[in-house]
Design a protein around this ligand. Structure first.
Ligand SMILES: *Cc1c(COP(=O)(O)O)cnc(C)c1O
Length: 363
């Protein structure tokens, strides 16, 4: 069977070149005589894989030398607890911007550990935009400010980096990491589950400024203690070895295509094709405010739940898979991460036109 265009929000498409390479090395990695899946994480050959993965990620994201890179497990959701456990270090206060379901979950989890304040929320607008904030909105003694940079479910993205002065900014970048260049120095912590734009599920990357390490609460589980993980080079226990290897292949693939600036151009071209079509017609509705549109997750509806259902089913028959929106919002969502080819979006737009012509809504 031919490979389909998979618009899943995550786990999602990986670059075909990466899958080919992993397949070619599946049974025997270099001259080790074994698969990466089978080797000891303490072996020199694996130690080189994880070291190279870190070096490449630093190169791709231009991560400053005073930041640690951690390869962890537990998904982004585990970070919802790890962040407050490690970073509520002075006042015990943190401010959260609520821009969707994941930032709300992060906020709720943090409430177990401190004085957590929802400084802004777009819940009233069904999370169809990202709230605006200013420096003075944040409590002066907050230990950190938390945002979710790209809201996977609603298809929104921050169009600005909140100005927090010297309060560390923590960002969940699960669904936008590696999609374009970000100035890492503007953040205290960046974390991301790998299964959207980086690797198979099972790996979580945390990028943390060194001066924020060493403040974990005494009752923090060892596995959630950033300093312990950093001191052990992400090998306090067995790391998600194979996922880290695939992530390394993805970083190499990004560099081979010209790095994050080139990723951004490719992603803009894809997203523009879809948004330009959405803006040119009135059959489909794009619920997100223009300024907050995500380049990675594009949401749209027909306004009729039966037609939405039919759309996703017929698209699937054409090899355009997983276009059904998140169960909490309905409609459609096209996730067009780095690995989605331009051709996939062209095919989607062609199908959207055809579907609209064949399924008039009437007046
Ligand atoms: C998918 C996602 C999560 C949840 O990730 P898990 O790895 O399943 O815990 C959190 N935040 C964002 C922005 C996501 O896209």
């Amino acid at each position: 069977m031919e490979r389909v265009f998979n618009f899943s929000a995550g786990p999602s498409m990986l670059p075909e070149e990466v899958l080919q390479r992993a397949a070619a090395e599946m049974l025997c990695y270099e001259d080790s005589g074994m698969s990466v899946m089978e080797m000891s994480h303490r072996s020199p050959v694996y130690e080189k894989i994880i070291a190279d993965a870190e070096t490449l990620l630093r190169q791709v994201m231009k991560i400053p030398a005073n930041y640690k890179v951690l390869f962890l497990q537990g998904g982004a959701s585990t970070q919802f607890a790890a962040v407050p456990l490690n970073l509520l270090r002075f006042s015990g206060k943190a401010d959260y911007i609520l821009s969707g379901q994941f930032s709300t979950k992060a906020y709720q989890e943090a409430q177990k550990y401190g004085d957590i304040f929802a400084v802004a929320s777009s819940r009233d607008g069904n999370f169809s935009y990202v709230p605006k904030t200013q420096r003075q909105d944040f409590r002066a003694d907050a230990d950190y400010v938390h945002i979710c940079y790209n809201n996977t479910i609603y298809g929104t993205k921050f169009s600005y980096i909140p100005e927090t002065g010297n309060i560390p900014l923590v960002a969940d970048m699960s669904s936008c990491i590696l999609s374009e260049p970000f100035d890492v120095s503007k953040f205290g912590v960046i974390y991301a589950g790998a299964q959207k734009n980086m690797a198979p599920a099972g790996l979580t990357v945390v990028i943390i400024r060194e001066d924020l390490l060493g403040y974990a609460r005494p009752d923090t589980p060892a596995m959630l203690d950033y300093k312990l993980m950093a001191d052990n080079g992400s090998m306090y226990n067995t790391p998600p070895c194979y996922c880290i290897y695939v992530a390394k292949l993805v970083y190499e693939w990004i560099l081979s295509l010209g790095g994050l600036q080139s990723m951004k151009e490719r992603n803009e071209k894809k997203a523009n094709l879809l948004y330009d079509y959405l803006d040119s017609q009135n059959y489909y509705i794009a619920p997100v405010q223009k300024e907050s549109r995500s380049m990675m997750n594009v949401t749209f509806v027909t306004g009729n739940v039966d037609l939405d259902k039919k759309f996703a089913a017929q698209a699937s028959e054409r090899g355009l898979k997983n276009l059904k929106g998140h169960r909490s919002v309905g409609g459609m969502r096209a996730s067009i991460y780095n690995a989605m080819p331009y051709e996939g979006v062209e095919k989607l737009v062609a199908f959207m036109k055809e579907f609209a012509a064949n399924n008039p809504k009437g007046e």
